[in-house]
Design a binder for this molecule. Structure first.
Ligand code: WTA
Length: 630
């Protein structure tokens, strides 16, 4: 039974049903999955605690819905098409049958290493098929995976290992990215100086020299030897944890967003099929990294639950040249292409010449995710990649939402550049003002909230439920607060305006200002710092850091470099500030609070009106900051 919507009136009809009878609506969708035991109740919820349960007491294994389900029907269909970094290296195509066997074999290997139900497993791997196999193998035995983006530093990695109490790390020797060979296992080794795990399993990818610790480190290809390539999937509860994914918030410490099995499963498949209008046999390509939620939901789980063919690309958009994405689209005849505005803007900068030699005729749908897409990039994408015939789905969602929340349905919902358009069925949106009032009607602007549970939503933040409550469920009573500003225009269409909290979205990656400040403050000469976002042509937002430091015997140039290094070491190169301004003071109120409004204005170059600065302790610093602006 297909739950695909085909027309605009069909969408409105389904939306209506999803709001008036949500339990009936989601039960119908859930009916099309394989459950080992059916639920007693569809939904139990309370946004106060918060406490959310979907498909209460139902039993299942998500991998049976990916593997067994497709084994006898579409066993020979490619599940994963893997494109390596270097175009001259041969890629890999893994059919559903092969995926079944690989996942079973590796999950048996994990079990032989004493890893089982409820254990946490960190996956710190490049974009290779083993990463997807690793995720599914964990899910198959009931272990909880936590994928850490392989660009994160050893410090960030050990923090996550410690936070979730991981028993094992699955990794690789190295990583090919563009013309670079990146050490991966070495980062793991450094991380393990500050944390312990029992087992490390290493995929041989680059063949570079690495250290292997006896009794802890094993090669993937050796560890799977002699294991059966089939098994029976562990019976899991619908509300058992599927994975933990760390993401930044407005405090210094990233939080582990927890997703549970049943709800996430039906939500990712449902949204995948409907938003992208995925038809059996189509080739879908999402360019995200599996280290982010987009990779979880739309490289691995959504497409594979739908029996789809998902492309996984190891490299970067500009290697060996700026035409690589288009080459891959032609090579595999990709039908749906899903990427981030930052990639579009970066490629736009190369002009249309790198596109000329490619046909791009297989494309049916283009997608955008991770940050607001500016109109110029939208039009470029539409005209030059979509040849003015492919609808663009601008999909708004978050790590916490598990799947797409606001988006056009491809080819069905009329689009408007830079608008995510309308909520998907089941998603009840509210625009709130600062005083907690619901803004009714159209042509309003405020904070985006969701007033009713949806199956893919966050259940808790790992190890700290109160943080989940405080961050998402306390700002507006009875509502999930997204942290985003939004406009509902005269047509009732939604346009996301960006974060209203202390989160900066750099190239579609989230960083908390406090998190970056902490990393900067690790430098021994730094006394204090304040970080804000500013508009950046390619990245969407760039990181602007104001730093007070001891300049004795140091030049500004070497200090800024050292500060950047410090951030690279603590978080990773992706969080490196774009601009660093050394200042002698920060604008603070008498109570000692930094007035970020002023810092943001200076970073944006919006110098005309600083607003009321009379409450500042030392108004002169504003002058100094303006003069020294980078
Ligand atoms: C932003 C990524 C505008 C938003 C899936 C959100 C977007 C944050 C869009 C979540 C979009 C994501 N238009 N803004 N289409 N998609 N965002 O957790 O600010 O990495 O809160 O999830 O990205 O980022 P996250």
């Amino acid at each position: 039974m297909s739950n695909r919507i085909h027309t605009l009136s069909g969408y409105f009809h389904e939306y209506q049903k999803s709001v008036t009878e949500p339990e009936k609506f989601w039960a119908r969708i859930a009916d099309s999955f394989h459950w080992k035991k059916r639920w007693d109740k569809v939904l139990e919820w309370d946004f106060e605690s918060p406490d959310i349960k979907w498909f209460v007491n139902a039993k299942l294994n998500i991998t049976e819905n990916i593997l067994e389900r497709h084994l006898y029907t579409i066993g020979d269909r490619p599940a994963i098409i893997w494109e390596p970094n270097d175009p001259s290296e041969e890629g890999r195509t893994i059919t559903y049958r092969e995926l079944y066997h690989e996942v079973c074999r590796f999950s048996n290997a994990l079990k032989s290493k004493g890893i089982g139900k409820g254990d946490k497993v960190i996956i710190y791997m490049p974009m290779i098929p083993e990463a997807a196999v690793a995720m599914l193998a964990c899910a198959r035995i009931g272990a909880i995976h936590s994928v850490v983006f392989a660009g994160f530093s050893s410090t960030a990695l050990s923090d996550r290992v410690n936070d979730c109490g991981a028993k094992a790390i699955l990794t690789s020797d190295g990583n090919f990215r563009g013309n670079k060979k990146i050490p991966v296992k070495e980062v793991v080794d450094t991380a393990l100086e500050n944390c312990t795990v029992e087992t490390v399993i290493v995929v041989k990818r680059t063949g570079q020299e690495i250290d292997m610790l006896d009794g802890r480190d094993y090669w993937w290809h050796e560890v799977i030897e002699g294991h059966e390539d089939n098994n029976v999937a562990e019976e899991m509860d619908s509300e058992d944890m599927l994975f933990i994914l760390y993401t930044s918030g407005s405090t210094g410490k990233p939080k582990g967003v927890v997703h549970t099995i049943g709800g996430y499963m039906i939500y990712t498949k449902y949204t995948f099929e409907n938003v992208f209008q995925y038809s059996q046999g189509d080739v879908f390509w999402c360019t995200a990294d599996i280290g982010w939620v987009t990779g979880h939901s739309y490289i691995v789980y959504g497409p594979l639950l739908a029996g789809g063919t998902t492309v996984m690309y190891e490299g970067v958009p500009t290697y060996p040249d700026a035409g690589r994405f288009w080459a891959v689209i032609d090579k595999y005849r990709v039908n749906q292409f899903y990427t981030a505005p930052t990639a579009i803007r970066a490629l736009q900068a190369f002009g249309t010449e790198p596109i000329q030699q490619y046909k791009l005729e297989s494309l049916k749908v283009l997608g955008s995710v991770g940050e607001p897409i500016n109109e110029e990039a939208w039009h470029w994408y539409h005209t030059h990649i979509g040849k003015s015939k492919c609808p663009i789905v601008d999909t708004w969602w978050q790590t916490e939402t598990g799947g797409i929340m606001i988006s056009p349905l491809a080819g069905i919902t009329p689009t408007k550049p830079a608008y995510a358009t309308l909520p998907l069925p089941g998603i009840q949106l509210f625009v709130m003002d600062a005083d907690g009032n619901k803004l009714v009607g159209n042509s309003v602007e405020g904070n985006l909230c969701i007033g009713f549970p949806w199956p893919g939503m966050i259940r808790t933040t790992y190890g700290d439920h109160d943080r989940c409550k405080q961050t998402y469920f306390s700002t507006y009573k009875g509502m999930y607060f997204t942290g985003d500003g939004v406009k509902r225009d005269h047509d009732g269409y939604y346009r996301i305006l960006g974060r209203v909290d202390d989160v900066i979205n750099v190239s579609g990656h989230r960083f908390g200002t406090a998190e970056v400040e902490n990393a900067i403050n690790e430098h021994p000469l730094v006394l204090e710092s304040a970080v804000v976002g500013y508009p950046h042509e390619v990245k969407g937002q760039g990181i602007y850091a104001y730093v007070i430091c001891d300049m004795t015997n140091r030049t500004e140039a070497n200090l800024t470099n050292e500060i950047k290094e410090s951030v690279t070491k603590i978080i990773g190169p992706i969080a490196k500030p774009d601009k660093i301004q050394i200042v002698s003071g920060l604008p603070k109120t008498r109570s000692g609070k930094i007035m970020r409004r002023i810092l943001r204005k200076v970073a944006e170059g919006n110098l005309d009106n600083m607003g009321d600065t009379s409450t500042l302790l030392d108004p002169e610093v504003v002058e100094e900051i303006i003069k020294g602006r980078k």
